[in-house]
Design a binder for this molecule. Sequence first.
Ligand code: HEC
Length: 123
Amino acid sequence: MIRPTTALLSATSIAVFGMFALAQNGKQYVPTYYVDVQPILEKHCVSCHVAGGIAPFALDNPTSAVKWAERIGEVTKSEYMPPFPPGKDSQKFLNERRLGSASKKILQDWAAAKAPLGKAPRK
Ligand code: HEC
């Protein structure tokens, strides 16, 4: 006889595996503001892009980030933002203000997907 807990466990693992397989074969992962984008902006952009900061608009809230999403994708791809005047061939600096390629890809995929917000964390 199969015990109910065993049945439940196998049903769960089949479901989890199914979702995993779907995620692998199906559509590409779409980054969202709350899960993926907000932490990157917080770390790399908000020091200037904040009300009263040196940048002309804030990126510290979802409304503004979504409004600027397309430009965010473009300027991070071209490496115009975050501004870091030394070129790629210059010597290395401590704390270089550059985005890693994973972060850049997240911002570009997010912009391309029309800047979905995703689920806001519970306060
Ligand atoms: C050191 C300060 C600083 C940081 C850090 C910074 N920015 Fe900026 N940003 C500026 C300033 C100043 C401007 C306005 C002048 C300009 O466009 O060059 C600007 C302009 C922009 C623009 C408008 C450009 C245009 O031509 O439309 C976008 C989009 C932008 N920033 C995105 C970002 C993103 C995304 C990040 C983080 C990955 C970031 N910025 C980090 C200072 C900063």
